[in-house]
Ligand binder design. Structure first.
Ligand SMILES: Cc1cc2nc3c(=O)[nH]c(=O)nc-3n(C[C@H](O)[C@H](O)[C@H](O)COP(=O)(O)OP(=O)(O)OC[C@H]3O[C@@H](n4cnc5c(N)ncnc54)[C@H](O)[C@@H]3O)c2cc1C
Ligand SMILES: *[C@@H]1O[C@H](CO)[C@@H](O)[C@H](O)[C@H]1NC(C)=O
Ligand SMILES: *[C@@H]1O[C@H](CO)[C@@H](O)[C@H](O)[C@H]1NC(C)=O
Ligand SMILES: *[C@@H]1O[C@H](CO)[C@@H](O)[C@H](O)[C@H]1NC(C)=O
Length: 563
């Protein structure tokens, strides 16, 4: 703050008109730079405002939304989505914690609906005025007296002109789906191939692929979804996979969204106390009941819990109808086709699509700041680089939760802003490093090797970990005593982000009601034809209540020790 005079002002963006008293307050407030105005950047602005910090957001494009803003054409250095993309986490699980998604919105939303929601959020909390659009951050470096002040110098490029400014803290919110991971070199003979080779990053819509024979490499989320998107119009899709995958579906038990049905505190406890082998058997059996993974050629070597399963609602339909054929890994390319590892060949391939994921990088910082290696980074709780003299830099959303990412980014920012303000403290460098190493080792042991498994976290576990640090984890025991109805929903219902607005800093008045009405919002979106209420469902509901109540009693001792 002492260095105030040195700072150059950044023009454009309207400054909020303020009364003298407020101005004085603002002057005291720490200035926080936010890089990127995607989901993470937006919630970062909101959380800074909540904490009385002064946010300035730099966004290289001309609009908010990041990944979720569909564009007809790809631009180097930007994330990109295709026209039919629908979320793979459901609306109640992926909303901002204090701003529920409208009840009439579908549970799985098209990207255009997501954008509508983000615009509503930005409007509600008046976030746009803090964003400088078309401002690309090209350098982020420690200010000369960083060891004392923890300040950062940020150089932005606006209309080809560079400007620099100094900030008290920085939140990096630049996303991780920007640079296509394109392992062409590892395929023999690819340079001989006469057809087209593209990355899923450039895939937009099926039209121009009509009647073609297409090979998709990679049985991940993108590979599967693009295969389905294309398969109704193409002559044949071949979907090549090295490892196979467990395939899950958006629609789960009773037609509830998958995450709603399974991401509950109750089930999470079961996952932790039951032997891994048992959970694996249960999961695999359930998935094989929908379609036998072996007969459909997708059965992986790894067990159910060893790798994030792939979302593929329509994959079995496409396979059984022959529109998609599952193939092994590609051994080599020929001029017109490919030879697979099992010796089989396919000729007359028109297009090969690499659905091989992304690399992340931070081209605007020196490696010494973040110490990244290819797709590996050491961050305390996936947020703070541990070795800096002052902890005024946080990375947001650099994580692959098995679940929604939006509430994760939000909770990360809520924590980071409290650290910036000195209200929460980080442990010593050594303790942080020990925690990082522990997590890496755990992930290496738990998950099958893949080029980026170091960022995988379990949604509820990670949210609770951050929430405990922040002091916003719901206390089930006291809830049970004071508000049993709410406790029931918090424990047996889906672990929705609003649970982290019930207590502690950032507590929200509307939280209780939002949690108690989540079921209504889920059903409202599908039950668009009014029906007479049916007694049968009530009977099952009561019996399931008693089963749960009994299980609850039986498990109470365990729950108490878990708390
Ligand atoms: C195909 C696909 C489907 C997905 N589906 C889901 C889903 O269903 N549910 C879910 O929760 N998550 C999903 N995700 C994860 C998704 O990444 C997050 O939902 C979310 O978009 C992450 O937001 P972000 O703000 O962190 O990053 P981004 O959305 O990538 O935003 C980053 C922003 O930073 C800007 N930027 C970058 N560099 C600079 C710079 N140097 N200077 C200034 N600005 C810069 C970019 O222009 C961009 O606007 C999906 C991801 C993919 C790829
Ligand atoms: C992505 O990672 C691979 C190796 O894992 C590397 O060869 C490639 O250069 C990286 N690409 C980018 C854009 O960083
Ligand atoms: C990591 O890998 C998964 C599939 O294996 C892919 O969906 C995801 O985009 C990758 N992420 C990064 C950051 O490379
Ligand atoms: C949703 O898709 C993204 C990007 O492909 C992936 O990283 C994430 O794991 C998927 N989530 C689920 C629940 O499948």
């Amino acid at each position: 703050m002492r260095k105030r005079k040195k700072r150059q002002r950044i023009p454009s963006a309207r400054q909020p008109s303020a009364k003298p008293l407020k101005q004085q307050k603002d002057r005291m407030a720490k200035r926080v730079a936010i890089i990127g105005a995607g989901v993470s950047g937006l919630t970062a602005i909101k959380c800074c405002l909540d904490e009385g910090l002064q946010p300035t957001c730099f966004e290289r494009s001309e609009d908010i939304g990041g990944l979720w803003r569909f564009q007809e054409h790809v631009t180097e250095g930007h994330s990109s989505i295709y026209k039919s993309l629908t979320t793979n986490s459901s609306k109640e699980m992926m909303s901002f914690s204090d701003f529920p998604i409208p009840e009439e919105y579908p549970n799985y939303m098209h990207h255009s609906k997501m954008m509508e929601y983000f615009r509503m959020y930005a409007k509600q909390f008046d976030l746009l005025r803090y964003i400088h659009f078309k401002a690309r951050v090209c350098h982020l470096r420690k200010h000369t007296d960083f060891p004392i002040t923890g300040q950062w110098e940020i150089v932005t490029e606006v209309n080809g002109k560079q400007e620099s400014a100094v900030f008290d803290a920085v939140l990096i919110c630049t996303g991780l789906h920007v640079h296509p991971y394109f392992p062409l070199d590892s395929f023999l003979g690819f340079e001989k191939f006469k057809g087209k080779i593209i990355h899923s990053w450039t895939y937009k819509n099926p039209e121009k692929f009509e009647d073609q024979r297409i090979l998709i490499i990679g049985l991940g989320n993108s590979g599967v979804e693009i295969a389905i998107d294309l398969s109704h119009i193409t002559k044949q899709i071949f979907l090549s996979t090295r490892t196979g995958a467990w395939v899950i579906s958006r629609v789960s038990d009773g037609g509830y969204p998958l995450d709603i049905a399974h991401f509950t505190r109750f089930k999470n406890l079961l996952y932790h106390i039951l032997p891994v082998a048992l959970v694996n058997r249960w999961g695999e059996k359930k998935l094989n009941m929908r379609f036998n993974h072996e007969n459909y050629g997708v059965k992986p070597q790894h067990r159910f819990l060893s790798k994030t399963p792939v979302m593929g609602d329509d994959l079995p339909n496409a396979i059984i109808a022959g529109r998609v054929l599952i193939k092994p890994h590609v051994k080599k390319f020929t001029e017109r086709g490919v030879i697979f590892e099992d010796g089989s060949t396919e000729e007359n391939i028109d297009v090969v699509i690499f659905a091989t994921g992304y690399n992340f990088s931070f081209p605007f910082t020196q490696d010494t700041v973040l110490r990244t290696q290819t797709n590996k980074i050491s961050l305390y709780k996936y947020v703070f680089p541990p070795h800096l003299e002052k902890h005024t830099l946080a990375v947001i959303g650099l994580i692959q939760p098995v679940g929604a990412i939006i509430p994760v980014s939000e909770l990360q920012v809520r924590w980071a802003t409290r650290i910036f303000k000195g209200l929460n403290k980080l442990p010593s460098d050594n303790e942080m490093m020990a925690d990082i190493v522990k997590k890496i080792q755990y992930n290496e042991k738990r998950y099958a090797a893949s080029h980026n498994n170091s960022l995988v976290v379990q949604y509820i576990d990670y949210m609770d970990e951050l929430a405990s640090l922040l002091g916003v984890k719901p206390n089930l025991l006291s809830l049970l005593l004071t508000d049993p109805k709410l406790a029931w929903e918090v424990y047996f219902g889906p672990c929705t982000p609003t649970q982290f607005r019930l207590t502690g800093p950032g507590k929200w008045e509307g939280a209780r009601n939002t949690i108690l009405t989540q079921e209504e919002r889920i059903v409202k979106a599908t039950k668009t034809r009014p029906l007479q209420s049916c007694t049968d469902t009530k009977v099952t509901a009561t019996s399931s209540f008693f089963i749960k109540a009994l299980t609850c009693l039986g498990l109470l001792t365990v729950i108490l020790s878990y708390l």
